[in-house]
Design a protein around this ligand. Sequence first.
Ligand code: HAM
Length: 410
Amino acid sequence: MKINPVRGTHDLFGKDIEKFNKIVFEVKKTAYQFGFEELITPIFESTELFRKPLGEQSDVVLKEMYTFKDRNDDEITLRPEYTTPMIRAAISNGLLNKLPVKLFGTGQMFRRERPQKGRYRQFNQINFENFGTNDSFADVEIINLANLLIKKLIPKKKIKLHINSLGTRENLDNYKKILTDYFNQNKNLLCSESKDKIKLNPLRILDSKRIEDKEVIDKAPVLLEFLSKENLNDYEQIKKCLNELDILIYEDPTLVRGLDYYCNTVFEFKTNEIGSQDTIIGGGRYNGLIEVLGGKDIPGVGFAGGIERIMLLMDDISFKNQHIHLAILNEKYKTHALKVYDFLIKNNYSVYWNYKYNLKKSLSIANEKKANFAIIIGEDENINNNFTVKNLSNGDQRVKDLSNILEFIK
Ligand code: HAM
């Protein structure tokens, strides 16, 4: 019986695991540096946690959630995102008493989307949230953190930071009315999917990638023109600070994000190097959401990034230290080999013991594993208490003892 993986899921191994682990490692290191603490939440939650907060009309809720009844008839959903579970957990555990609270997490999310490159039904996110402050520096800090992670993980890639401000919830509701009127007036020019969205949520039409919608979207009223003075000041302040930090921004008045809980600052880090699933990291402010989920009226700002999308852009990991392969010619020399094995491991080198005890086989595996050096341990080496070290890239071979082996492999 051959059982295939479920559509939209994938196994991680080999080079991908190295990339995956590097992302998680860098995320944790950077999080601690910025004062964020880790929070791990369950993979499934009550469905009501997601339905209203993400937007009854959002694609995620309408089409993508894995929702089912368990044996007690409780309706549960595999988490499609991390923001609402983090808020739920912060409230459930009384973590919001001393503000601000800065939390991060990494883990699997589930969305029943049409699978393609960079889009899966089970995928992993990195997620950062700052609960409790309206200070515009929190927006700057969160964008700076995301930018820093991108620079660390995919330094050679061209990633563009799109940014917009949606204003307060009242601003946004007002703008939605204006947009509804405008799209109704131009209904005939829109594709049928967008026509359906006019009533449900006209903001979603701004996300449309359909060519027939482009002209209407380009001429649509621009949200920024309807923002209050206070909002505009905040937005200006954020842009100024990002500029100060040398973070290049692209102001994108059509950027509204796919989930309904956003207001004020929204942003996305995008690339044109991995096809249509081009957003690597997305986030923004969600003032009002914590109250909707049963907490106090506390503001919040955060972002999430797709680990698999970052992996698509990453180079293979090259180890800082040389990769060394042991070629032990006979089991009799194991104890002698142990000396160099232990010495190199303690000096942080990556060392591979292949259990073959045969020179030809060992060197062939070393080649396969792309080792930088082979250490050959045979009869002479055993008698003379030394080791033959071979540079596998140029063939240079020297006899060394433990005290001078590092000079040769550095
Ligand atoms: P999101 O834009 O829905 O935002 O997802 C964030 C990131 O997750 C995307 O930019 C993408 O890299 C990755 N992603 C989303 N769906 C998939 C998929 N099907 N396959 C692979 N990767 C995917 C959120 O989830 C918000 N909770 C972000 C946030 C945090 N806003 C404030 N705080």
